[in-house]
Design a protein around this ligand. Structure first.
Ligand code: PMP
Length: 425
């Protein structure tokens, strides 16, 4: 389509009476710029980020965003770490730096992974700008347009966005309250010939569920037998406030040469740092380094230096204990109040950690349609439907319990109850 624009300045003299000194009026034909790439046109904006924009009013009790409790950020410890980085080594901290990441930060992170049962050296890691960037780098390194990626149903939304932008086809693997079903996985692997399986095995976003050890072993075994990559995304594993930790899939036999573990400081320290890491077998890690060179050269040098200092000197164990205790109280406040707030016949889980509870309302409710009525009462949740790859469960919703203190949670639940009662089933 060609558009014609009249570029004549509004102050130009009329052509009938030209001024001898003024330039002649210009009439130009212009064409619109080319359309956006198809991959962008076919990928929607994240409904979670859109809802976050709607609920930014301070009076809203938001169960929507996965926003860590801001009053628990160790701002004094981080201020000291940034001051140290800038005072002691400003020339290094403010300079360009290697794409792989700050060597001290990588060593420190590797030590923490080894301490949690996965022997790791700094050379196994690539520092990323949030674990979200790890997902994008993996898509660049591993996916051709049209490739199949297997995902949990429901699945972390921004991962679906990454796969969609890569032109991949996300295929859901069914599961139950414990997560993905390994028998169904094997069947779908044989049928779809996927390149990779993406999953969040601990305190999953959006459901809060955790994959038991025997299923993790089975996932590693299926991946080894059929030859596919496993991307194990674990931003929430350290937020366990009850029960026993379950080993990473990366720890099981068969997983060594095909599992990528993504980690993040977002939920344990602060999301604004935008610091994550990727642990991958050598060839794939090098491919991700290449992709990162093109994406952003490297993650912020000063942020990495401050984080390395913070992890070395701060009492992270004490900080995590405080966060876990607060989150357990908040989980209890939310879960114990859901019986009153949700319509009769609703169901929900009680996760042993993380940030999210998943609830399902009785048939007849549509949580997407109900949201505007509920938000008018100054409370918000995320409807479950956008997290589904296949036919969505429109009665489902994700509720985050971490952002508000228990008393605010109880007030939010009273508002939610009134809002849902007004909507009806
Ligand atoms: N993976 C999952 C499952 C998440 O829930 C999130 C954040 N909500 C991320 C990755 C991205 O986290 P970040 O980039 O802050 O590390």
């Amino acid at each position: 389509m060609t558009a014609t624009a009249d570029l004549t300045p509004s102050t130009s003299p009329s052509p009938a009476s030209p001024s001898p000194s003024a330039p002649a009026p210009v009439r130009a034909t212009t064409a619109p710029p080319p359309a956006l790439a198809a991959r962008v046109r076919s990928t929607g904006s994240s409904p979670v980020r859109d809802i976050l924009a709607l609920t930014a009013r301070p009076e809203v009790v938001s169960f929507a965003g996965g926003l860590p409790a801001p009053e628990l950020f160790d701002s004094a410890g981080l201020a000291a770490a940034f001051a140290h980085a800038l005072r002691e080594e400003p020339r290094r901290a403010l300079q360009y730096s290697p794409t792989d990441g700050d060597p001290l930060l990588r060593e420190t992170l590797a030590g923490r992974l080894s301490g949690r049962g996965l022997p790791t050296s700094g050379d196994d890691l690539l520092v990323t700008t949030g674990s979200q960037q790890g997902l994008s780098l993996l898509a660049t390194a591993l996916l051709e347009p049209g490739d199949v990626v297997l995902v949990e149903e429901p699945c972390y939304l921004a991962a679906l966005q990454v796969f969609s932008l890569a032109g991949a086809r996300a295929v859901p693997v069914p599961g139950d309250a414990d997560g993905l079903d390994p028998a169904a996985l094997e069947e779908i692997v044989v049928r779809e010939q996927p390149r990779l399986l993406y999953l969040v095995p601990s305190f999953q976003n959006p459901t809060g569920r955790t994959l038991p050890a025997d299923r993790r072993a089975a996932v590693a075994e299926v991946a080894a037998r059929h030859g596919l990559w496993v991307v194990e995304d674990d931003p929430y594993g350290e937020l366990r406030f009850e029960g026993e930790p379950v080993p990473w899939i990366s720890c099981y036999p068969g997983a060594e040469d095909r599992t990528v573990l993504l980690g993040s400081l977002s939920k344990t320290v602060a999301p604004g740092l935008r610091l994550g890491w990727l642990r991958a077998p050598g060839g794939l890690r090098r491919a991700c380094v290449l992709a990162k060179q093109a994406a952003d050269l490297h993650t912020s040098t000063v942020d990495q230096a401050a984080a390395a200092r913070y992890l070395q000197v701060a009492d992270l164990a004490g900080h995590l204990k405080r966060v876990r205790e607060a989150y357990r109280e908040r989980r209890d406040a939310l879960v114990d109040g859901l019986g009153e707030a949700l319509p009769e016949g609703s169901r929900w889980n009680r996760p042993e950690g993380g940030m999210f509870v998943w609830a399902t309302l009785p048939a007849g409710f549509d949580t997407t349609a109900a949201l505007p009525t509920v938000v008018r009462r100054d409370v918000a949740y995320v409807p479950g439907a956008p997290f589904f790859c296949g036919p969505p469960d429109v009665t489902s919703m994700r509720l985050s319990f971490v952002t508000h203190a228990p008393e605010e949670i109880r007030e939010g639940l009273r508002r939610l109850g009134r809002g849902l009662a007004a909507v009806g089933g």
